[in-house]
Design a protein around this ligand. Sequence first.
Ligand code: C2E
Ligand code: MG
Ligand code: MG
Ligand code: MG
Length: 291
Amino acid sequence: AKAGVEKTCVARSQELQDPDELDHKGLLEELAEAIAAREIQWHWQPKIDLLHARVTGFEALVRWVPHDSGDVSPEQLIRVVEQSPLIEPFTILCLDTVLGQFATVHEAWPDTSISINVSARMLERPSFVENVLRSISMHQINPERVILELTETALIAHPAQARRVVEKLHQEGVRLSIDDFGAGFTSFGYLRDFTIDEIKIDRSFISRCTQSTFDQSLITSLVVLCNSLGISLVAEGIEDESVRALLVSLGCPFGQGYGISRPLPFDHLQSWMVKWNSSPHSLPAYSPESR
Ligand code: C2E
Ligand code: MG
Ligand code: MG
Ligand code: MG
């Protein structure tokens, strides 16, 4: 498991060392046009209460449709956006699109929340807080239904500023989540210094947990930690029923993953919800061929 964590960290830092990889393809211009034309979309991945299989919320994940085949991954897209002046229009488009859609979802399913990913550079922008609060009020959403997912690197980059931003948003009721917990430079200091509402255990600890007693011990200790601090705990990357069942037995309350649902185009969400609510416990066995 340790080797796995190191590999993840090394892979992520190498990615960051090569920020210009896509510029020569003229992708920046293409991306600017796509943002202006609102051609960027967000897919919705349901998050459930693992014990009762009840849907508690959704995570919005960016998709650039012409590149959906995989030539530009969401992570690459975000990296390009972050290195460019497109960061501001991208952030505004994300907030307006996703929160606009959530306004209708929330009407139909009032107990759900919406999670939006925020990267370091987005958090750093002086207008970030204002953009978030404006979009929330424009769409008349209860701020407590909005969860911002921050990676540890986003918190590390400029801790003092990140803390101010996070505190301001928190005062307004917005919830904060630490994404990919355990994969980066996790420190207990962040749990002390930031008011964190949710932790998402990195997929690397979930995918092998049925075979790894080490990963199981880690999950168990996070369950204890989160229970005593009043933090909500979410497992990412649940791909089959055996993993969900194990997580329930370890006391992990919430989860997401392909085994529950892949990220869905917004248009498919309603019918997925109807189907899920009519037979919520039929978590399919994971099989790569059936995707
Ligand atoms: P993340 O926030 O940790 O999102 C989880 C990623 O894991 C998503 O990949 C999702 O499709 C994938 N995933 C979900 N369940 C499973 C599973 O069971 N198995 C496996 N193997 N993978 C699963 P995606 O959509 O490619 O996004 C990758 C990353 O890109 C995200 O990681 C997030 O850091 C970033 N990202 C995506 N959308 C946005 C956005 O709108 N804004 C920002 N700032 N970052 C975004
Ligand atoms: Mg996330
Ligand atoms: Mg994650
Ligand atoms: Mg991630």
